[in-house]
Design a protein around this ligand. Structure first.
Ligand SMILES: CC(C)(COP(=O)(O)OP(=O)(O)OC[C@H]1O[C@@H](n2cnc3c(N)ncnc32)[C@H](O)[C@@H]1OP(=O)(O)O)[C@@H](O)C(=O)NCCC(=O)NCCS
Length: 173
């Protein structure tokens, strides 16, 4: 459990599925997420994700909780082989929770922890270029824009988008 002023980060629990589905099943949430985040987001999708999170030995796939309710999710996914010591970083919030600084607080807490105590030297996130709010969250948490991959993604409406690679390393914490 990590406690901030606006939100808590905590492990998923068996009973979270319907609350998770309620905030996740939204086109505007899924729009600039990768297809690993389903849309529509069913109860079964929520159950499967919770099972994956609960089985993760590193315990770095967490729920974002606001006022005792599930508001979104955040996670660190360590890479292997030649990428050992680095990890993918991702997060999302249900629409009612946008615009209050919650994602910034959550992303700062987990990225600080992962780089300072989690045995990782680098975190990275690739953002669909129109997702200005997410790019801003990463900048506010100490991530640097490292590059633009042209025409990298098709968003959920079929629009072609560039990808923006952001990285944060331990040496620049
Ligand atoms: C992206 C997302 C996590 C942001 O969450 P949030 O809690 O609203 O973010 P915060 O309030 O912490 O910060 C948002 C920042 O972006 C800015 N912002 C918001 N919309 C913006 C826009 N259209 N253009 C430019 N900046 C924008 C805000 O002003 C704020 O910056 P500031 O503090 O400097 O004013 C949320 O919108 C979301 O979950 N979206 C759907 C899922 C998603 O895209 N996840 C990220 C995938 S990479």
């Amino acid at each position: 459990m990590m406690a901030g002023e606006l939100c808590h980060l905590r492990p998923y629990r068996g009973g979270d599925a319907s609350a998770l589905r309620a905030v996740a099943d939204d086109f505007d949430v899924a729009r600039w997420m990768t297809r690993r985040f389903p849309h529509p987001y069913t109860l079964r999708d929520a159950e499967e994700w919770i099972a994956i999170a609960m089985a993760d030995p590193r315990g770095q796939i967490l729920a974002i909780e606001v006022d005792g309710a599930i508001a979104g999710g955040i996670g660190v996914e360590p890479l292997e082989g030649e990428r050992t010591g680095t990890a993918l970083f991702g997060y999302w919030l249900g629409r009612p929770y946008w615009g209050r600084g919650i994602a910034t607080e959550a992303a700062r807490m987990l990225s600080d922890f992962a780089l300072q105590n989690g045995g990782l030297r680098r975190l990275e996130a690739t953002v669909f270029a129109p997702n200005a709010a997410s790019a801003r969250v990463l900048e506010k948490c100490g991530f640097t824009l490292e590059g633009r991959s042209r025409e990298m993604y098709l968003d959920r409406s079929g629009a072609v988008c560039d990808g923006l690679l952001f990285g944060r390393t331990q040496t620049l914490c």
